[in-house]
Structure formats: structure tokens, C-alpha cells
Design a protein around this ligand. Sequence first.
Ligand code: ATP
Length: 138
Amino acid sequence: MSKLKIEIITAERVVLQDEVDMVVAPGIDGQLGILPHHVPLLTSLQLGELRLKKGSEEISLAITGGFLEVQPDRVVVLADAAEREEEIDVARAEQAKKRAEERLSFRTGEMDLARADVSLARSLMRLKIAEKRRRKKG
Ligand code: ATP
């Protein structure tokens, strides 16, 4: 069966390079499933879980948004921030969540509220992926 080469990069590092069967990405308009020989595509991604199917294995990553480029046998994700599931630091995400919740409860300026909101969404998404991994591993 043909495979898709995937490369997930940020401005700082190569997060993952692999060959997979399918990519499911958090597209700006909803989940986007990409199989080999997909038509070329360039689109934005939103905050969410990026899943890679590789045989019976499923690899999950947290991404905070970015761009996705699809070529027939290759997918490139340029992410704002990305962590493989095993890289997620749960204590750090818990702290970020707590900070964001505190800022939201103090209700300061509009700008701060919007920032706290997205910060909360990032931490909740990281915690969800870390929890899923914990359950998967038993
Ligand atoms: P924090 O307040 O803890 O920095 P944040 O949501 O503001 O969280 P980002 O701006 O999304 O952080 O990311 C900054 C960098 O830190 C990125 O390289 C990202 O991959 C990494 N990062 C953020 N939170 C975590 C985490 N819980 N575990 C592992 N890496 C993380």
C-alpha cells in the first residue's frame, strides 16, 4: 500500500518525520483526512489534535495552528507550536490552565481576556491528548 511522507516542523525544530497511511488534521473548517494521492492543497490549521495512522498504530500530536501543504505523496505541516503526545508536559499544561483560569476570573481588559481564552484552549487541548495517551497505555 502506498504511504504518505509527513513532515511536521515549527520555526524552531523538526517535530516529526515519518511515513504514514493517513493524516487527520484540524483544518480551519473542520477535520481534514488525507490519504496518499490526495489532490494538492494548501490550507490553514487551527488549534487541535493532529492524528497519524500508521498500520495499527495511531500517533497523536498537539498543534496550536499553522499551515498544511499536501502534495500527492507528501504532507508538510508548518505549525506555530507542536508537541508529540509523549512530549507533552502535563504539569506545565496544568499550570498554564490555572494561570489562564485565574486571568479569566479577574476579568481585566478585553485583550487579556482573549489571550487568556486561547491560552486556556491550548492547555486543555494538551491535557486532553496527554490523558488519551495515558488511557491508551493503560
Ligand atoms: P506556557 O504558558 O506553558 O508556555 P503556552 O500555551 O503559552 O504554554 P505556547 O506558546 O503554545 O505555550 O508554546 C511555546 C513553546 O512551548 C512551544 O515550543 C511548545 O511546543 C512548548 N510547550 C508549551 N506547553 C507545553 C507543554 N505542556 N508540554 C510540552 N511543550 C510545551
